[in-house]
Write a protein of this length. Structure first.
Length: 490
């Protein structure tokens, strides 16, 4: 025989079943079980308020720890292959009788191939998935980079550098788009800055390594600059293979996230995308004609012109001042400004994310770099070490721009329009990567000095900073304040 007892406590009615005889449950046990059930109900009422924050903290930290290191390593490999021609030139130009103007063309023609295939490459990444397309890019550019080491004349170098640009097309904007699949707006500038530290980090690692290769590796009768290009192309091929098997395309594919963490992150990203769409839905066609996209493109063009003028010519400029025969020493000296740039990038990006402000965080460093380049172009420094200090300020200003800047497109572009818009900004902007190095070489050949080229780079940065300040004020999405207790990046 069983007896059912109904007990009402507050809004809850608890039904307890009591047995008789040996199976009879004591009324005290029933009352204890009743209170335990009520306690469980109360804890369940509290749990939903706490669990989302715990899930947010766990998911965000996992994404920072798993995604950023991978894309940073891939980006370092990318930039080493893109700019190692600057160190190869220390001996290559003499071996192949390349003039300063021809070298500027060889360094810059990369960006024409990059420009032509940038937008379609980014659309394919959005459609096919990051894992497949990024792996394809890595393997193809690694193969071309290795082949560059076998060039016989300047024309071969031009053709292979153009093909390297074709192979790499879509890589950087693809990685930028990939980060928007994982990071919310409040963390995006910091994530972009950590990605963009790949440029100075590539030089911090690549500069001394390149110097050592140039001084010490002359295997099987090949010149050291050839081994430099060959050896530094191999990591891209290996990284491409690993990327294909291990890189998750989106949070739903991430094995390192629990189902609850996947759901939370996907929901948050969809919410931000819906808020952007609620302001105004921008299609692919509209993105191509959007005034703000072209405004950002003009900013990026002027910035990139200066950056690559500095990046491709700095080793030769420093070698001329220090009058050093040791390429290893030159590599170490070139490394110093990029070490300073890494620190500055992280500090500026953290400040930008805390304030959710982009324009001044991008423009002020540009102005510092512009003033420094103008000083380098007009004043003969009495000390070579003072020159290194000035190059440090130039590098810090140039590279601190990127984190805040690459957060701007994500304020109003989503989905396919983001893929197209980011690729458009990067592809047209990167034409400045041809103009800057080529102009430096042409000015040097005509005047016998790099001062005019440095003045051009400084003026271009001032123009870029002015255009940044002319941008409309941030959108309502960008103005959203982070919720209390929301985690930040590492």
């Amino acid at each position: 025989m069983r007896v059912h007892l109904r007990t009402r406590i507050g809004p809850f009615e608890i039904v307890s079943t009591l047995g008789v005889g040996r199976e009879l449950t004591a009324p005290g046990d029933a009352l204890r079980s009743t209170f335990e059930l009520v306690k469980q109900k109360e804890s369940m009422a509290v749990t939903p308020a706490v669990a989302p924050l715990e899930i947010e903290v766990r998911a965000t930290r996992k994404v920072w720890m798993r995604i950023i290191p991978v894309v940073l390593v891939l980006f370092v490999i990318n930039y080493v292959d893109r700019v190692n021609i600057a160190f190869a030139a220390l001996t290559m130009n003499k071996d192949l009788a390349i003039t300063s103007q021809q070298y500027g063309l060889i360094a810059g023609i990369f960006f024409f191939g990059y420009f032509i295939f940038e937008v379609p490459s980014n659309l394919l990444l959005h459609r096919l998935g990051a894992r497949v397309w990024i792996a394809r890019i890595l393997i193809s550019w690694g193969l071309v980079a290795v082949l560059t080491g076998f060039a016989k004349v300047a024309f071969h170098l031009c053709a292979l550098r153009f093909l390297l640009g074709v192979a790499e097309a879509g890589y950087f904007p693809g990685i930028v788009l990939y980060l928007t699949y994982w990071f919310r707006q409040r963390h995006l500038a910091h994530a972009m800055a950590l990605l963009c530290t790949g440029t100075p980090v590539a030089n911090v690692i690549g500069a001394p390594v390149s110097g050592l290769i140039l001084d010490h590796i002359h295997w099987v009768g090949l010149s050291s600059w050839r081994w430099l290009l060959i050896l530094e192309g191999v990591p891209a091929i290996l990284a491409g293979i690993l990327t294909y098997f291990f890189l998750p395309s989106r949070p739903a594919d991430a094995k390192f996230l629990t189902p609850e963490e996947k759901d939370w992150l996907s929901t948050e990203l969809r919410r931000e995308e819906a808020e952007k769409l609620a302001q105004r839905q921008i299609t692919v066609r509209h993105a191509l004609a959007h005034g703000r996209v072209w405004h950002l493109t003009a900013i990026y063009f002027a910035q990139v012109l200066s950056m690559y003028a500095v990046l491709f010519w700095m080793p030769q400029l420093i070698k001329a001042v220090f009058n050093q025969d040791s390429n290893t020493t030159i590599g170490i000296l070139v490394m110093i400004p990029y070490v300073a740039a890494v620190s500055a990038m992280i500090i500026v990006a953290r400040s930008s994310d805390r304030a959710l402000e982009r324009r001044y965080h991008a423009a002020v460093p540009q102005m510092v770099a512009a003033a420094t380049l103008l000083l380098l172009g007009t004043v003969t420094t009495p000390s070579p070490w003072l020159l290194i200090v000035l190059w440090c300020f130039a590098a810090m200003g140039i590279w601190s721009f990127f984190g805040p800047f690459w957060s701007l497109p994500n304020e109003f572009l989503t989905g396919s329009s983001a893929a197209v818009g980011i690729a458009l900004i990067n592809s047209f902007g990167n034409i400045g990567g041809f103009v800057g190095p080529y102009a430096m070489g042409a000015i040097n050949r005509k005047t016998g000095s790099f001062h005019g080229g440095l003045l051009l780079a400084g003026i271009s940065l001032f123009v870029s900073a002015t255009l940044v300040l002319m941008l409309r004020k941030r959108t309502s999405l960008d103005a959203m304040s982070p919720s209390v207790g929301s985690p930040v990046g590492p």
